[in-house]
Design a binder for this molecule. Structure first.
Ligand code: PXP
Length: 256
């Protein structure tokens, strides 16, 4: 592809929707921290959790426990608000991914407008970085947003794969994949570490995993939903195997 050496692709397992199910009954079960332990045992490289302003799934005490009890790096997804910054600086997770957040949305529906919100985001990126936290910005595959991330000093961008995953026909999907491919290449050339996520499933993960610049995928909803049928352990292992196969094939090392 770009001639760049392929690296091992990391899998961050997003456990938000274990908390969604728990919260539906208001009790303690199923416990997202137990899911994080299971994800670690199944080969996840990191745990991702989004502490939303409305606490609709992950709660503050989940973050306390994930920080204290899980051996894997925690990637805290957060909106750029004073409250979330205070929580992040108190916990100092391995990573923070800054995402746009609107109360009425069902999920993170689009990327962050890093270009339009440059001045708002600058102190958040700086304070998180100064605390030794790896900062990433969740953006669409758009050159303006990549340039803004670079100029803000964020070391990582996570490319929003939602439009690619939601594409209803092959032509549209190819168009979105081309956009992601160009953004991954361009971002890496600017020195950004490239992550990707949103809407990834067994059926659509391979072309994204094959992009040589992509270092990490963060996957949640599908893994938790599919675990109802196959169990969390085998679902995560199958996703991991698909990612590794796609990456190996793309770099010419076919797995027998
Ligand atoms: N990455 C980011 C930044 C997200 O906000 C989300 C959704 O919370 C994901 C990845 C995971 O998306 P999904 O749950 O669709 O796999």
């Amino acid at each position: 592809m770009s001639g760049q050496k392929a690296t091992k692709l990391r899998l961050g397992v997003n456990i938000d929707h274990v908390a969604t199910i728990r919260n539906a009954r208001g009790g303690d079960h199923p416990d997202p921290v137990r899911a994080a332990h299971a994800a670690a045992a199944a080969g996840a490289d990191g745990i991702t959790a989004h502490l939303r302003e409305d606490r609709r799934h992950i709660r503050d005490e989940d973050i306390d426990k994930l920080m204290n009890e899980i051996g894997l790096p925690l990637n805290l997804e957060m909106a750029a608000t004073a409250e979330m910054l205070e929580i992040a600086l108190r916990h100092k997770p391995h990573a923070c991914c800054i995402v746009p957040e609107r109360r009425e949305e069902v999920t993170t529906e689009g990327g962050l407008d890093a270009a339009g919100q440059h001045n708002h985001l600058a102190p958040y990126v700086a304070k998180l970085r100064d605390a030794g936290i790896r900062v990433s910005l969740f953006i669409n595959s758009d050159m303006r947003q990549l340039e803004a991330a670079h100029s803000l000093g964020a070391p990582v961008v996570e490319l929003h794969t939602g439009a690619y995953c939601d594409a209803v026909d092959a032509a549209r999907r190819d168009e979105e994949l081309a956009r992601l491919t160009n953004a991954a290449r361009e971002g890496a050339e600017q020195g950004l570490e490239i992550h990707a996520g949103h809407g990834l499933t067994f059926d659509n993960v391979s072309p994204i995993a094959a992009l040589p610049q992509v270092a990490e995928l963060n996957i949640g909803h599908f893994l938790i939903g599919e675990a109802i049928f196959g169990g969390l352990d085998s679902t995560i292992k199958r996703m991991r195997a698909l990612m590794d196969k796609a990456r190996a094939e793309a770099s010419g090392k076919r797995i027998a």
